[in-house]
Write a protein that binds this ligand. Structure first.
Ligand code: SF4
Length: 360
């Protein structure tokens, strides 16, 4: 299988203080579920997303009252804000004036040339990028007529059409998404897009489903792409609390070594040799390390038979033994702790190592 490695060859595009594309890390995004004009609810949700590790947040902007809320929301949040607009260029202008760090709008859907020019001119003036969002479910009629149904080639053709409108206006701060709810179609569309242009790609499997099914589906599709070196920013779309989208995105990026400063848990599947209540300990430790902004690997293993050796890459870990736990670092046992306090002891060790790593 050919490695495309599109990621690092993309044009770096600034979204507020964050850069998407080029040699930069893959950025985690999510989208609010509140009515955007409900500033209190929207800000509260964004602050929760920030705490979970969301790096860029998007809000829907279906009406003028939503666009008008952008300036107030911006004042009260800390991460770049993307405003999602369909068709109405006036909403785009108000959102940009309000301080949007990026807008998602398809220039080909705006209508008259003057309207497109007005949006592009203001985006340029404010130095913000535009994301073109190609969606298999809403391809232009002429493309569907040409291909008969949504295809990857049709999606790339749509993307190139919108890109050309912006390029003709000398606008190049472009990010593109090629979303489909069919995993195979999304993969093919992103692969073809990576070969067709060098703008950063925003990855996502749209309408992927509930927390469980959507996580599996998104990980399957995005995993293939990330492995091939495609994708500069990700949004996991789930019918769930958006905080879950951030957690899934982080875990997915961690799996590919693409999340900087994130803690990872290694835990065994358990078997008949198990000596401790591993599942609840693993969940507790997973929650404990989820907010650590440091590259640390923690292992929780049911027994010591092959435990510590199997988790040699762990900075710290615990393996169950009869009535006690064996604390180990990089596969070597450092001390025994009674079962009743082993979780607390493990947490103390994690804190110690995290502090050491933060100082480096
Ligand atoms: Fe079984 Fe021990 Fe391996 Fe866990 S670490 S799967 S309990 S042998």
């Amino acid at each position: 299988m050919t490695q495309i490695i599109h990621r690092t060859k993309t044009r770096p595009v600034k979204v507020g203080p964050i850069t998407i594309g080029g040699n930069n890390e893959v950025i985690i995004q999510s989208m609010t579920t509140t009515k955007t004009h409900d500033v209190e609810a929207t800000v509260a949700e964004i602050l929760r997303l920030e705490e979970a590790g969301c790096q860029i947040v998007r809000v829907a902007c279906p009406e003028m009252k939503d666009a008008e809320a952008i300036s107030e929301i911006k004042k009260r949040i800390n991460i770049p804000l993307v405003v999602d607009i369909h068709f109405d260029y006036r909403l785009a202008l108000v959102a940009i004036e309000g301080g949007a760090d990026k807008i998602r709008i398809n220039p080909g859907n705006i209508g008259k040339r003057e309207k497109v020019e007005a949006v592009v001119k203001l985006a340029k003036e404010k130095g913000i990028p535009i994301r073109i969002g190609v969606n298999a479910g809403s391809l232009e009629k002429r493309i569907i007529e040409k291909y008969g149904y949504p295809t990857a080639d049709g999606m790339v053709e749509s993307a190139l059409h919108h890109i050309k409108i912006l390029e003709d206006l000398d606008f190049h701060d472009i990010i593109v998404s090629m979303k489909a709810s069919d995993v195979n179609l999304a993969i093919e569309a992103y692969e073809k897009a990576a070969q067709a242009f060098d703008y950063p790609l925003h990855l996502g499997i749209t309408e992927s489903g509930t927390l469980f099914a959507g996580t599996v589906k998104s990980a399957a599709g995005l995993g293939v792409l990330l492995h091939k070196g495609i994708g500069n920013t990700v949004r996991i779309s789930l019918s769930a609390d958006p905080v879950e989208e951030v957690k899934v995105a982080r875990e997915l990026l961690k799996s590919f070594g693409l999340a900087a400063n994130a803690a990872t848990l290694i835990s065994c599947p358990t078997c008949g040799r198990i000596e401790i209540d591993l599942i609840s300990i693993a969940n507790e430790i997973e929650e404990y390390i989820s907010k650590l902004k440091v590259n640390i690997k923690v292992a929780v293993l049911g027994c010591a038979v092959n435990g510590p050796g199997e988790a040699r890459e762990a900075d710290i870990g615990i393996a169950g033994a009869r009535g006690e736990g064996l604390l180990f670092r990089h596969g070597e046992i450092v001390r025994k702790v009674p079962e009743a306090i082993m979780v607390e002891e493990l947490k103390k060790e994690i804190d110690k190592i995290a502090a050491e790593k933060m100082q480096k």
